[in-house]
Design a protein around this ligand. Sequence first.
Ligand SMILES: Cc1cc2nc3c(=O)[nH]c(=O)nc-3n(C[C@H](O)[C@H](O)[C@H](O)COP(=O)(O)O)c2cc1C
Length: 189
Amino acid sequence: MNQVTECIDTRVSVRNYKDEKIPEDVIRELLRLGFRGPNAMNKQALAFAVVEDREKAKEFSDRAKALRIEGEKLKSEPDEKLIETLLNDDFNIFFNSPVQIFIFSSPEGVKPIEDGSVAAENITLAAHSMGYGTCFIGFAQGLGRDKKFRSDLNVPGDYTYLMAMTLGVPAEKTPVTPRKDLEILSWLK
Ligand SMILES: Cc1cc2nc3c(=O)[nH]c(=O)nc-3n(C[C@H](O)[C@H](O)[C@H](O)COP(=O)(O)O)c2cc1C
């Protein structure tokens, strides 16, 4: 074990945060480390938006939930349990975290999803190493096509929404989620 492997092994998704502001220099350092990751053809096409405004975060959560419900209802077999969860006004998709980070790609990006995933994981691990918690928020996906969300965050029309993540001080210790056995399909020697 070294510090990096221990960081990877002890990281968990955090869904309960202390009501504690994160220093701006910490957020900036995490974004820098996210951007420091490998990226396709070194286009360095990622862009970030940070939301600390709790009312805005709640508004974005409500909008994302409504969009997800709309999408779910269009399915031939909607997930009624999911719809019920999303209809619960107390459920904030960002878990009332003090910071939300949104990752976008400019049109320069040649592998935007991969670039964004690398950055998000770099941020996740760096945050964990500093004692902060994060969670990827796939539920926010619909916001990528939401005009109000994009204009509120100054996102240029040709930028692609990639992902959202929460950031904050964990309110409790979350046990590590076990993983299944590795599936190694082949190992040609
Ligand atoms: C692309 C992606 C989207 C995710 N979306 C959500 C989400 O919307 N809400 C949530 O609570 N967790 C979300 N997660 C976190 C996963 O649920 C979590 O990583 C998984 O359960 C394993 O737990 P661990 O991260 O604690 O090891 C997401 C993770 C990924 C990679």
